[in-house]
Design a protein around this ligand. Structure first.
Ligand code: SAM
Length: 229
C-alpha cells in the first residue's frame, strides 16, 4: 500500500440496530450480483463490471439509502455508477431499489471507501459525488472528515482531466473546512463565480432524504463543484 492510501478507516457503526432478517437475506442473495469484489492484485477491471460499454463512470461516496445514485442511474442508463456505503442498512436499501427498478448501471462496494481506494484505476471517473458527508465537527476529529488533504490527492488521481468533485453539505463547520482544504491544493479549481452557483443545486439535481430534512429544518445546503485541472 503506498503512502496516499495509508489512512484511517471508517469510524462508527456499520450495522444498524433495526437490520431485519429480510434485509440480511437480500444482501446475501444479491451482493454477489451487484457488489464489487476486490481483486487479489492490481486494480478492478472496470471493463468487466457491467454488461454494457458505459459512456462514463460516476462515483458516489456514502450514498446513504441510495436515493441520489438510483435516480441518477435511472435518468442516465448509458452512464455507469459506482457507489460505496459503509452502513449495512443503506446497502440493503440500495439493493432493494436496484431490484425494484431493474437497474443495470449501478455496482456497489458495501463497505468503507478507504478499503476500495487502492483498487480503483487512475483517471477512471468523470464525477465524484460526496453528499452530506459526516461532519465530525469537533476540531479533534478533523482527520476523520472525508474531505481532507490526503483524500483530495486520491480524488484527483481517480478523476479524469476536467472531471468534477461535487461536495454538498449543510454544516456550518464543514463548508468552511472544505473551502480551506481546497484552497491549499493545486489539483482542483472551484467553479463558482457568483453566490447562486453554490446556494442553488446544479441543474438536474437529485435530492435525498437527508437534504429534504435539512431544508425542512431551515438548514441551508451549499453545493460545491470543483473541476480537476
Ligand atoms: C450524513 S449521511 C448522508 C447520506 C447520503 N449521502 C444523503 O445525502 O442522504 C453520510 C453517509 O456517509 C457514509 N460514510 C461515512 N464514512 C464512510 C466511508 N468511509 N465509506 C463509505 N461510506 C461512508 C455514512 O455511513 C452515511 O450513510
Amino acid at each position: 500500500m503506498d503512502n496516499i492510501h495509508k489512512q484511517k478507516t471508517f469510524f462508527g457503526r456499520r450495522k444498524g440496530k433495526g437490520m431485519s432478517k429480510a434485509k440480511e437475506l437480500l444482501l446475501e442473495d444479491y451482493l454477489p450480483k451487484f457488489g464489487i469484489t476486490l481483486p487479489l492484485n492490481g486494480t478492478i477491471d472496470f471493463s468487466k463490471l457491467f454488461d454494457f460499454k458505459p459512456k462514463k463512470y460516476v462515483f458516489e461516496i456514502g450514498y446513504g439509502d441510495g436515493e441520489h445514485i438510483v435516480n441518477m442511474a435511472l435518468k442516465n442508463p448509458d452512464i455507469a455508477f459506482i457507489g460505496t456505503e459503509v452502513f449495512i442498512n443503506g446497502n440493503a436499501s440500495l439493493i432493494k431499489k436496484i431490484i425494484a427498478n431493474d437497474i443495470k448501471n449501478i455496482r456497489v462496494f458495501p463497505d468503507d471507501v478507504n478499503l476500495l481506494f487502492p483498487y480503483l484505476p487512475d483517471e477512471i471517473f468523470s464525477t465524484i459525488f460526496i453528499l452530506y458527508p459526516d461532519p465530525w465537527p469537533k476540531n479533534r476529529n478533523e482527520e476523520r472528515r472525508m474531505i481532507n488533504k490526503n483524500n483530495i490527492e486520491i480524488f484527483s488521481k481517480l478523476l479524469k482531466h476536467d472531471g468534477n468533485l461535487v461536495v454538498v453539505s449543510d454544516h456550518p463547520v464543514y463548508i468552511p473546512w472544505v473551502l480551506m482544504v481546497m484552497s491549499k491544493q493545486n489539483n482542483f479549481l472551484w467553479t463558482a463565480e457568483k453566490s447562486s452557483d453554490f446556494t442553488n443545486p446544479p441543474l438536474d439535481w437529485e435530492t435525498t432524504k437527508y437534504e429534504r430534512k435539512a431544508i425542512s429544518e431551515n438548514r441551508k445546503p451549499i453545493y460545491l463543484n470543483f473541476i480537476k485541472k
